[in-house]
Design a protein around this ligand. Sequence first.
Ligand code: PEP
Length: 272
Amino acid sequence: MNSQDIEKIVRDEIIKNILQSQEFLLVGNWKMNKTKQEVVAFLDEIVNHDFGDKNTVVIAPPSPFLYLFEDKLRYSKILYGVQNLFPKENGAYTGEISYAIAKDFGAKYAILGHSERRTLFYECDMFVSKKVRICVQNQIKPIVCIGEDLNQRKGNDYKPYLMHQIKEGLSRISGDELLNVIIAYEPIWAIGTGETASPEQVEETHMFLRQYLIEEYGNEIGKEIPLLYGGSVNKSNIRDLALAQNVSGFLIGGASLSAQTMIEMNNILSGK
Ligand code: PEP
């Protein structure tokens, strides 16, 4: 064995130990995909799989499939959530679902302010902040998405924009309520494009976001808020991204549609 082989063995062992000691949150965002039959097949594939106790696995299917999740995952540790909700308990809001409906089906998480909702459905920070508030008040964990577009990244003025999105998105909650929030950093230029932010870019941005959270909300709260990364994450890049500092987990679109890929990504994040 030459020195390079030995170095690789040592490095792999260190990485395994790091991954085995860190808890990750793995959230699948299915967007507007899958048929009923495909959902049943996916759930049948994961329901008896042992994802271990370290990581938390969450899937956000299209809402009409929530009843299948409730039925199939009744005795499972896998959690699920919604991709959006309207910030009212009920009422004349055609086409929307409420936290109360989501909760009735056992949803524990809500993805809020995803860039697709912001750009395609004109959702603004104020609207997102109302959704965050109603979730926090009703024991649904909001996953608040933030992220810059390519022009902002190239122009190097994305950091004030990210700070603004966090400050506004969380403006209707305070104190310990903030401990129920999860932030997902999803650079728009990396979503569904196959172009991932590099581990260095993720580490740099997450470090900046962590500092901002501590400055804005104090050390006790700021250091605890989970920071997910999202943007073309898959089984080939998740290991390197997980080693970046201040990455608490991932929000995953395309790659979360395959049960096998979810299992493999969880294995990688378990140091297996
Ligand atoms: C997403 O939808 O939040 C996402 C990150 O998608 P993808 O992984 O497909 O880029």
